[in-house]
Design a protein around this ligand. Sequence first.
Ligand SMILES: NC(=O)CCC(=O)C(=O)O
Length: 262
Amino acid sequence: MKFSLCQMDIVPGDPEANRKRVQEWIESTVQNENPDTIVLPEMWTTAYTLPQLEEIADHDGEPSRSFLQQLAQQHDVNLIAGSVANKKEDGIYNTAIVIDRKGNAVYEYDKAHLVPMLDEPQYLQGGKKRPEVFELEGLKIGLIICYDLRFPEIIRPLALDEAQALFIVAEWPEARANHWENLQIARAIENQMYVLSANRIGNYNGVEFSGRSMVVNPWGDVLEKGSQHKEEVITTTLDLEKVKQVRKDVPIFESRVPHLYD
Ligand SMILES: NC(=O)CCC(=O)C(=O)O
C-alpha cells in the first residue's frame, strides 16, 4: 500500500478555508502521487485556536466526516484524516477520523493524553478509550495523536494486537523536535513496526511547529523525513516482510514476562 503524508500549514480558526485547502491537497496528491492512503495532521480544521473552539469545532464529527467521506469516494483513496476539534455532549475532544476509499467511516479515536504545554487540558476533554487496531486493505494499523507518542503504555497493546504500522497525526512544536524524532524511532524499535507521521509546519500564537514528518521502519531506520519549514508530501510504500523479519530476528514478543509488568 502506498501512503502520502501531508505536511501542511493550517489557517488558524478558519475551518472553511482549511477544508478548501485539504480538498486541494487531496486532489493534487492523488493526481501527482496516486497513493492508496493519504494522511493529514492534527487539528487541521482549526489549529490550536482553543478559546474559539466552542464556536468553530465540529459537532459529533460533522461537517468533517461527511466532507471527508465525499472526498475519499470521489478520489478512490483511503484517508487517515488527521484529527479535528469535535464537540460532543460533555465537551470538546480532539478526534482522529479514518475513512476508507468507499467512503465508509472506519475508525475514530479521541486523543487520550492532553498536552499541558499547549493548554489542551483547559479546553478539551481527554478520550475515555485507548486506541485500537483497525484495518485498511488488510494492513493492521494503530493511530495516535501527537502527545500520545510520549506514552508507550498505549502503544504496546497495539503491537500486541498485531499492528504492523503506527500512524501519528501531529502539531508538534519545534522547541521539542529532538523528542519528536527520537521517540518515533524508539516506538518503531521497541514495537518492531513501521511508524509514519504527518506533522504541521508554520506558526501559531508564538509556537513554531516542526514539520519533519517521518517514515521509520521496524528496525528503527529513518526512511523518510520532511523538512522543517516547507509544506510537502512524503510518499512511501511499506515492506510488510520487514515487520515479520525483524520480529523473527529479535523475538521480543516471545521474550516478554507479562507478570512482571503490572
Ligand atoms: N499537539 C501536541 O500534542 C503537542 C505535543 C508536544 O508538544 C510534546 O509532546 O512535546
